[in-house]
Design a protein around this ligand. Structure first.
Ligand SMILES: [Zn+2]
Length: 328
C-alpha cells in the first residue's frame, strides 16, 4: 500500500457553540445597550478562543467557528443588494428564523466573509477553510419575488457567491467550503444544484468542498457525484453508514468528508466506534481521499461535548494512521 504524505486528515464542518458572553452581547446589541464595535470585539475574542481550541485538540484543517454569524442564509443575504430579510418564519419544530427575500437583481458589493477569514487565518499556521453558503441552498431558503423561476434564482445567487469565493481565494484561502444542506431534500432539483454550484467552482483553484446534511442518499447516489466540487462532506454517523453499500456498487470518486460523530446526540462516541466507522469506509475509499470530521456543525452541542467527541475522533485517527503505516 502506497501511502501519500497526508491521509485521514481531520477537520470540522464549520460551526461551534457560541460562548455565553457572545449570546448575551447579541441581545444587548438588539436593545442598544452595547455598540456594534463592542460586539465585534467579542466576536473576535470568541474566534481567537475557537482557533486555540482547535489547535490544542490537534485538528489539521481549521474553521473560524462562525462566531460572527447566525443563520447561514440570512448572513449572506444581508450583505447583498436585491435581498431583504423577512420577519420571523417558523421552521422545523419550534424554531423561528428570518428568511431572505429576493426583491431585485442580486448584486455583490465586495467581500462579505474575507475579513473574518483573514482574521482567523492570521491566528494559526494551519489552513482555515473559507465558508460560504451554496447557491442552491440560498435559493431554497429564500422567498423569490423577482426571478422567473427557481433555477434562475439559484443561478443569480451563484454569480454573487462566485465573486465571494474568488475574493476568498485571492486573500489566500486554499480550501473553500460551499455548503449545500438543501440539496439532499429535493432530489428532482439536483441538476439545478449542479449547474449553480458549477458556476461558483469553475474558476477556483482552491480545494472545494460541499457539505450536505442527511437526506435520501439512496436515491441521490451516484448522481450526487456530479456536484462539481473536489470533496463531498457527508453526514454519515447519524445514518449508521448505510451509504457504504452504495459505494460498493458505484465507487465514490471524490474526496469524502466523512462524518464520524453524531451532532444530534449527547453521547460521546468511543475511540473504538470511531475507528470502526473509518475502517468501514477504508474498504471502499483510499485513505488519502478521506477527511475525518463530525456529521455537521457542532453548534447544537456544548463545548464540553464537542471537546470530548473531537478528542476521541483525533485519537482514533492517530491510532489508525499508526496501524496503516505499520502494515503499509
Ligand atoms: Zn449538516
Amino acid at each position: 500500500m502506497n501511502l501519500p504524505k497526508t491521509f485521514l486528515t481531520t477537520t470540522t464542518v464549520g460551526s461551534f457553540p457560541k460562548p455565553d458572553y457572545l449570546k448575551k452581547a447579541r441581545t444587548q446589541l438588539s436593545k442598544e445597550e452595547i455598540s456594534q464595535e463592542e460586539l465585534e470585539r467579542l466576536e473576535k475574542k470568541a474566534t481567537r478562543e475557537i482557533i486555540q481550541f482547535q489547535e490544542d485538540l490537534g485538528l489539521d484543517i481549521l474553521v473560524d467557528g462562525e462566531m460572527y454569524r447566525g443563520d447561514m442564509a440570512t448572513f449572506f443575504a444581508e450583505h447583498l443588494s436585491g435581498c431583504k430579510i423577512s420577519g420571523l418564519v417558523r421552521s422545523y419544530g419550534n424554531r423561528y428564523y428570518r428568511k431572505p427575500v429576493v426583491t431585485g437583481k442580486l448584486e455583490w458589493h465586495g467581500p462579505i466573509t474575507v475579513d473574518w477569514w483573514k482574521y482567523a487565518q492570521s491566528l494559526t499556521e494551519k489552513p482555515v477553510k473559507g465558508m460560504l453558503t451554496g447557491p442552491y441552498t440560498m435559493m431554497d431558503w429564500s422567498f423569490n419575488e423577482f426571478y422567473p423561476d427557481r433555477r434562475e434564482t439559484a443561478l443569480a445567487f451563484a454569480e454573487v457567491i462566485a465573486q465571494e469565493a474568488l475574493a476568498l481565494e485571492k486573500a489566500g484561502a486554499v480550501c473553500i467550503q460551499i455548503d449545500e444542506p438543501a440539496v439532499s431534500t429535493k432530489i428532482e432539483e439536483l441538476p439545478v444544484a449542479v449547474e449553480a454550484l458549477g458556476r461558483v467552482t469553475k474558476n477556483l483553484k482552491a480545494k472545494t468542498i460541499s457539505h450536505m446534511c442527511y437526506g435520501n442518499f439512496a436515491e441521490l447516489y451516484p448522481k450526487l457525484l456530479e456536484l462539481p466540487v473536489d470533496q463531498l462532506d457527508l453526514e454519515m454517523a447519524n445514518s449508521d453508514y448505510d451509504l457504504v453499500e452504495l459505494f460498493k456498487k458505484t465507487p465514490f470518486t471524490k474526496e469524502i468528508g466523512l462524518g464520524v460523530l453524531d451532532v444530534h446526540n449527547h453521547s460521546i462516541e468511543s475511540k473504538e466506534i470511531i475507528k470502526k466507522r473509518i475502517q468501514t469506509i477504508l474498504e471502499v475509499i483510499p485513505p488519502e481521499r478521506i477527511y475525518v470530521d463530525p456529521d455537521c456543525g457542532l453548534k447544537t452541542r456544548t463545548m464540553e461535548e464537542s471537546k470530548a467527541k473531537l478528542a476521541n475522533m483525533i485519537e482514533a485517527v492517530r491510532e489508525l494512521k499508526k496501524e496503516l503505516l505499520t502494515f503499509a
